[in-house]
Write a protein of this length. Structure first.
Length: 253
């Protein structure tokens, strides 16, 4: 991949952050006003043009702002975003929700899919061997990228066969590996307007499973990876004991 400088990386990161939130092509003015670049709008526009020439951004039409390309997201994931650590409050919330769902005698695949979907706002697939559950289709298809009827139907149809695809993906992945599939890299045909973060895991009893988050390409990659990694850790550890103390919850592994 073509090397770009630190300033260009910061501009690309700001564009991705803004587009993730707004789903609207990003212009130089908003970068200048909102992201604290000590650069003139003209300089930012020149840098954005260079990022476009490098294949990292594109314009939907001549007068619009820019949108990250698959290549731009790939560079962001590999070289820019870094790891995001969940706060202690987020960790406690995840453990608390897992305990509540387990107390309802829900199967593990269903519990993890529902929990991760609620926290990520995306579609989640969770499975042990051939037993796959998915949760969050409505959340995925409510994104503005999928409001076109043809796109909506194409993605919904492709995801009907998600369990068959997940078995194939799982066989190709190493234990403990977390992989990003961005846009056209996606091994599930028909969802090239989506990205997917996938990780295999093992339960404490040794069963193999897989977790995947599917969302628009502007998904929160670092957050979604951290959510998967933490849920995988919960599943693989010994049973969590919850002690209620003065209205709060203290978790002991």
């Amino acid at each position: 991949m073509q090397k770009i400088g630190d300033r260009h990386k910061k501009i690309l990161a700001a564009i991705i952050e803004e587009y993730t939130t707004s789903a609207v092509p990003v212009g130089s003015k908003i970068l200048s006003d909102k992201y604290g670049f000590k650069l003139s709008p003209a300089t930012i526009r020149n840098d954005m043009a260079e990022l476009e020439e490098a294949g990292l951004l594109y314009q939907t039409h001549i007068s619009s702002g820019r949108i990250p390309t698959d290549k731009g997201y790939r560079l962001f994931v590999e070289e820019i975003m870094g790891d995001k650590k969940l706060s202690l409050a987020e960790q406690r919330k995840m453990q608390s929700e897992m305990l509540k769902l387990k107390a309802q005698n829900k199967q593990l695949s269903r519990v993890t899919a529902k929990l991760l979907s609620s926290l990520s706002g995306n579609l989640v697939i969770s499975g042990l061997e051939k037993d796959f559950c998915d949760f969050g289709m409505q959340e995925l298809l409510s994104n503005p990228e999928f409001q076109n009827v043809d796109e909506f139907c194409r993605i919904a149809e492709a995801l009907d066969y998600i369990d068959e695809n997940m078995n194939t993906i799982l066989l190709k992945m190493k234990d403990g590996e977390t992989k990003f599939f961005i846009g056209k890299e996606n091994p599930i045909k028909g969802i090239d307007n989506c990205s997917m973060v996938v990780t295999p895991y093992k339960t404490k009893s040794g069963e193999k499973g897989v977790l995947a988050i599917v969302g628009p390409k502007r998904m929160k990659y670092a957050k979604n990876k951290s959510l998967l990694d933490y849920v995988k850790k919960i599943i693989g550890n010994s049973v969590i004991v919850a002690v209620v103390f003065q209205g709060g919850v203290i978790f002991i592994k």
